[in-house]
Design a protein around this ligand. Structure first.
Ligand SMILES: Cc1cc2nc3c(=O)[nH]c(=O)nc-3n(C[C@H](O)[C@H](O)[C@H](O)COP(=O)(O)O)c2cc1C
Length: 151
């Protein structure tokens, strides 16, 4: 399996989640961790797994992630498995705005990707973090679940 993890992170929390996902997928194939904003869309082949994740900003993906998503050509993700995650705070008001992961997942699906699993969110304790206890472990399990679903 080839997996591409494209992430964005302002304060480093989403980067840690991305690294945990990469580590969990490592034994199952060839994994590349790429930062949105630094990369163009990688060259993907059918069967590849694309995971995209970023912090939630005002209910949406960050600007770098949005630019990355907007640059993916229409229908170019056909045959690609894809899924999305975000980081977020648990304050009640933010729920009204929604979260980034669902929007990323919709964007990927709109371009033809097959959803590999449901979008997931990981919690930070405040704007700058740190991550809540257990979230790295939860991200690793989420990643392993993707491999199991694929088997
Ligand atoms: C400008 C801004 C807007 C934010 N808006 C939201 C939001 O709508 N919902 C939410 O849950 N968290 C929001 N947050 C908190 C981020 O989710 C948090 O900063 C992020 O998860 C930390 O990840 P990072 O360390 O990778 O940047 C916001 C943070 C910033 C800086």
């Amino acid at each position: 399996m080839r997996a591409f993890i494209v992430y964005d992170s302002v304060y480093g929390n989403t980067e840690k989640i991305s690294e945990a996902i990469a580590e969990a997928l490592g034994p199952h194939g060839n994994v590349r961790l790429l930062r949105a904003g630094d990369v163009e869309m990688p060259e993907l082949s059918p069967g590849d797994l694309l995971i995209a994740g970023c912090p939630t900003h005002a209910g949406r993906p960050t600007q770098s992630m949005q630019v990355f998503l907007d640059r993916i050509p229409e229908a170019s993700l056909q045959g690609i498995k894809a899924c999305a995650f975000d980081t977020r705070v648990s304050a009640r008001w933010v729920k009204i705005l929604g979260f980034a992961a669902g929007r990323i997942a919709s964007s990927l699906k709109k371009r033809g990707a097959n959803p590999a699993t449901a979008p997931e969110g990981y919690f930070v304790t405040g704007k700058e973090g740190p991550l809540k206890d257990g979230e790295l472990r939860r991200a690793e399990n989420w990643a392993r679940g993707i491999v199991e679903l694929d088997a």
